[in-house]
Design a protein around this ligand. Structure first.
Ligand code: PLP
Length: 430
């Protein structure tokens, strides 16, 4: 069945699967196996030569993982996907699939701290330069681009600033210069589809809203199939020059019978083969369970977050609420342009009384969990100045959007009145 015309809510439940061909099982089975019996030697030879796509070994592919990949590709409007062990593995591979030592890429300054570390330190160790630019002015991406720039990278809805990234503006600049935009859409699945705005690649930490229950680490990269790697052959030697690790295959040529999947196929058959950040069949299954209800949950997350942002805005101890739906000017325009059906589940607020007030609030919570996570069905809270951002100087904290009294909430799917009551009683103790 072609899912091209189905709504996201339907794709989330059906995409990539009908029933198990061997048993008729309706739920996607957990194919807990390392390896797969070849039909005969010709079949085996074809699989290894990529003349036929099929299962070889679970480090490279797995039927449970395959359903998750198909479903995510369909949800995003992409052509193919690769599920990985974590969001960190996904961002690592997304960049390493285009960059070698001596290359650079341009990244938004507004990034998850783990991504920042990976880009600023580990990639530096590999000889790959991340050039960080302020996304408030999209032209900063053009200014930082040179002949060695292989891609742009940003988050749709980055916390703690929660200012939506100018996806179409930067994608357009990149397409003129022959540079693809990779979007981390972890905080905004279903409410934003970056490929529709010109991004070339989407990545996720499925650990968050897609998985949705705070049980399983996972990541995914989705290939939009909408970027012409051949037209910019000099910029992408890894896709356009013979690959010595794969019998001299030129990826843009090799995939021609299979569709525009050079980027994601190379990622699977070289990076995943060599570095092995494979997801487990069980975690892929958990992610599938999450995706099935993600459209419902995202609506509830967004509605609850809007209600909590409204409550906080009226509270006398709160000096500022950081929430896309309450912003004005350009940040609000971007939120309206890129987020549909809600402004996400993340709500920041600043408390009078700085660090001590922030800590007292957190210690006063009874229902909300104090954890360094987002995207759980449960409501979560953290005080960045004393935790995730405590190692930064005061100036760097401010640049990251973290003031001493800043609290980040990741609003869950409980009843909004109960979330509000818990926040209210914790605020009373500040
Ligand atoms: N991207 C974003 C926006 C995140 O919030 C996170 C984790 O917090 C990651 C990537 C990394 O994902 P994971 O923890 O699954 O490796």
């Amino acid at each position: 069945m072609s899912n091209a015309k189905l709504h996201p809510d339907t794709i989330a439940v059906h995409g990539g699967w009908r029933a198990d061909p061997a048993t008729g099982a309706v739920a996607v089975p957990i194919y807990q196996t390392t390896s797969y019996q070849f039909r005969d030697t010709a079949h085996a030879a074809n699989l290894f030569a990529l003349k036929e796509l099929g299962n070889i070994y679970t480090r490279l592919m797995n039927p449970t993982q395959d359903v998750l990949e198909n479903r995510l590709a369909q949800l995003e409007g992409g052509v193919a996907a690769l599920a990985l062990a974590s969001g960190q593995a996904a961002s690592t591979y997304a960049i390493l699939n285009l960059c070698s030592a001596g290359d650079n890429f341009v990244a938004s300054t507004d990034l998850y701290g783990g991504t920042w570390n990976l880009f600023a330190n580990t990639f530096k160790q590999l000889g790959i330069e991340a050039r960080f630019v302020d996304p408030a002015d999209p032209e900063n991406f053009a200014r930082a681009t040179d002949d060695k720039t292989r891609c742009y990278y940003a988050e749709t809805l980055p916390n703690p600033k929660l200012e939506v990234f100018p996806i179409a503006e930067v994608a357009k600049i990149g397409r003129k210069l022959g540079v693809p935009l990779i979007m981390d859409n972890t905080s905004a699945p279903l409410i934003c589809r970056p490929l529709e705005h010109g991004a070339a690649i989407v990545m996720y930490s499925t650990t968050k809203y897609l998985g949705g229950h705070g049980t399983s680490i996972g990541g995914a990269v989705i290939d939009g199939g909408n970027f012409d790697w051949e037209a910019n052959a000099k910029r992408f030697p890894l896709l356009n020059q013979p690959d010595p690790s794969y019998h001299g295959a030129v990826w843009v040529e090799a995939v021609k019978p299979l569709g525009p999947i050079a980027y994601i196929l190379r990622m699977r058959v070289t990076l995943l083969r060599d570095m092995g950040a494979a997801t487990t069949p069980f975690n892929a299954f958990q992610a599938i369970q999450g995706v099935e209800t993600a459209p419902l949950r995202m609506r509830r997350h967004c509605d609850n977050a809007a209600a909590i942002a409204g409550f906080l805005a009226k509270h006398p101890k709160v000096t500022k609420v950081i929430y896309p739906g309450r912003m004005s000017g350009e940040p609000r325009r971007r939120a309206d342009a890129y987020l549909k059906g809600g402004f996400g589940a993340l709500v920041g607020f600043e408390l009078k009384g700085g660090v001590e007030a922030g800590k007292r609030f957190i210690d006063g919570l009874k229902l909300l969990y104090h954890v360094a996570n987002i995207g759980d069905a449960r409501s979560l809270a953290i005080h960045p100045a004393s935790t995730t951002h405590s190692q930064l100087s005061a100036a760097d904290q401010r640049a990251a959007g973290v003031t001493p009294g800043y609290v980040r909430l990741a609003i869950g799917i409980e009843h909004a009145a109960d979330i509000e009551a818990d926040i209210a009683q914790a605020l009373d103790k500040v």
